[in-house]
Design a protein around this ligand. Structure first.
Ligand code: NAP
Length: 300
């Protein structure tokens, strides 16, 4: 894909905004639309054009990218009566980078095929920091040729790019990775609480875990979050609850038992019920502290 491909972008939330900024910085002609207009200010100042409506954007775009919340948002934006599929020209490319269910994605694929719109599913792994740095991991499924033609676009946002299949493979992979990410938060929460009860120094314990055999890039990203007990959300607990729902619903439809995922899902409900839904998902440790009778069961 040449850098003069006209890129339309819908969804300037926590992830969409820095991703779109990187597309703009890479030199693509970029028009954006966001349901709440105020979120377009920063990217407009950086040089992007703000479309009057999603339908105007759909008519203009050669490639239209969405980075929006969930199945409900994707259904409304793509398939709604005045959704983008009603306005995109035949032959255009639609790329959805949101985290949604394979079931919704199948519906989008069917509607895209009917309109002769090419469709790539391209969810991402990594949070706001990597989105800002342009080093997300992006895994796409859908027509390989369209993926190859989109490498410059994906390269503007990601450091590791993969094509994983022709259909919903990328949706399944995203759910698999997020299950592991969420379960890691649960594993850390229990381990840290045990350590605290055992009298370990908080900072030293985190330091040692992050250089132990169980360390991972994710645990290392979260060292400062945990040490400072600053649970400003890079990825809020309620959003992780959404992803666990997607994984569990998908697994139920396919008769796949996911017992660990099901157990950890209960704790996302407890996070929401105890006022932690908007906190970063690594605030899970504060819930475990509370259940263990530690008075540090909150952010300090
Ligand atoms: P966010 O900050 O909540 O932004 C959501 C975006 O979706 C906003 O632009 C919002 O518009 C738009 N939206 C929601 N419902 C809509 C609807 N019905 N019609 C039109 N637009 C709608 O979320 P985010 O963190 O950027 O996440 C976006 C996606 O990436 C999600 O699927 C999430 O699971 C996934 N993801 C997030 C992270 C992360 O660390 N945050 C990491 C990887 C993947 P308004 O501004 O009008 O509300």
């Amino acid at each position: 894909m040449a850098n003069n491909t006209k890129i339309g972008w819908i969804g300037l939330g926590m992830m969409g905004e820095p991703m779109a900024q990187n597309v703009l910085q890479a030199g693509f002609p970029l028009q954006v639309f966001n349901r709440s207009r105020e979120k377009t200010q920063a990217i407009e100042s950086a040089g992007a054009t703000v479309a009057e409506s999603a339908s105007d954007l759909a008519r203009w775009s050669e490639t239209l990218v969405t980075m929006i919340s969930d199945d409900v948002a994707l259904e409304a934006v793509a398939l709604g009566e005045d959704g983008v599929f009603a306005h995109m020209p035949a032959g255009a490319l639609f790329i959805d980078m949101s985290t949604v269910s394979p079931a919704m994605s199948v519906r989008v694929a069917a509607a895209a095929a009917e309109k002769d719109i090419a469709y790539l599913r391209a969810p991402v792994s990594g949070s706001i920091g990597l989105a800002t740095a342009g080093t997300l991991t992006i895994f796409a499924s859908g027509p390989k040729q369209k993926y190859n033609e989109s490498l410059a676009l994906f390269g503007a946002m990601g450091g590791s790019l993969f094509h994983v299949g022709e259909a919903e493979e990328a949706r399944f992979l995203k759910l698999a990775i997020n299950m592991m990410v969420g379960i890691t938060a649960g594993m850390m929460a229990e381990a840290l609480t045990l350590g605290e009860k055992g009298g370990l120094d908080w900072d030293q314990m985190i330091e040692i875990i992050s250089s132990s055999a169980v360390a991972s890039p994710l645990i290392n990203y979260k060292v400062d979050t945990l040490k400072n007990r600053d649970f400003t959300p890079a990825f809020p607990a309620w959003m992780m609850a959404k992803d666990f729902n997607l994984a569990l619903d998908t697994a139920r439809e396919e008769s796949i038992p996911l017992p660990i995922t099901a157990l950890v899902r209960q704790h996302w409900s407890a996070m929401e019920a105890t006022g932690r839904g908007e906190m970063d998902f690594f605030a899970y440790v504060t819930l475990m502290e509370q259940l263990s009778g530690l008075d540090s069961g909150s952010d300090k």
